[in-house]
Design a protein around this ligand. Sequence first.
Ligand SMILES: C[S@@+](CC[C@H](N)C(=O)[O-])C[C@H]1O[C@@H](n2cnc3c(N)ncnc32)[C@H](O)[C@@H]1O
Length: 257
Amino acid sequence: MGDVGANYSIRDEIREFWSERAATFDESVGHEIFSEAERAGWHQLIRKHLGDGKGRAALDLASGTGVISHLMNDMGFVVTGLDWSEAMLAQARAKAKKRKAEIRFIMRDAENTAEPRESYDVITNRHLVWTLVDAPAAFREWFELLKPGGKLLIVDGNMGRKSWVTHLRLALGGKPAHRNLAPGMSERLQRIREQVHFSGEMPAEAVVAALVATGFVEPVIDRRLGAIHWPQARKMSFWRALERLTQDRFAICVTKP
Ligand SMILES: C[S@@+](CC[C@H](N)C(=O)[O-])C[C@H]1O[C@@H](n2cnc3c(N)ncnc32)[C@H](O)[C@@H]1O
């Protein structure tokens, strides 16, 4: 960890945590995509909720190494990827250069983007909502960034709730979760979890309630993610695959009226 002074906040802690993970982030199944079957599953999910790109403006919040940004680019969206970790953005930019993909990557806070109001047709994010410090403020910001009729697609999960497989694995003396993290990182992740808005459980229904309170309409909770999770599971160890298939992972799509 960096210099932990009086001004060191939870936001610094989150940024540093992900920056330290940037170099190896894409090595994990579930982060980067390792099969065409999984890629097709993602395209199917995005198309189902957002339609084809057709040059529409997309903002991928907390884009990390740019996995979702690239999927959106494949589909013809004009994509801006936003993250506050320069190390993550460096990976995303290198990947875009290699793939000759024109994606704008910017360093910003997803809770306060400084992007023009009503300038995006769609907004996406994967694995961001659980780590928001001020979720209601973030949702207001995203509402303002969308054009009327624009859509927000969230991909996340209620990771505070252990699946029956995790309970069984732990009962059989299995290692604690996040066993692939470097020493000390599990504790740091736990400390982050305790300080964010959705600390503890994050049911999809609670996220939807907060989105609707912001003014979003037509909420859809989509748990039919098998076309993504099965190809991922095939690349995982037995226990990790079983966990992946039994965790409460979901997509949420809402519309700005
Ligand atoms: C689990 S990674 C997910 C990356 C990417 N969305 C993906 O699914 O491959 C979480 C990312 O969120 C970023 N992040 C967390 N909070 C953020 C915030 N408030 N603003 C911008 N980026 C944020 C981190 O820097 C990190 O890149």
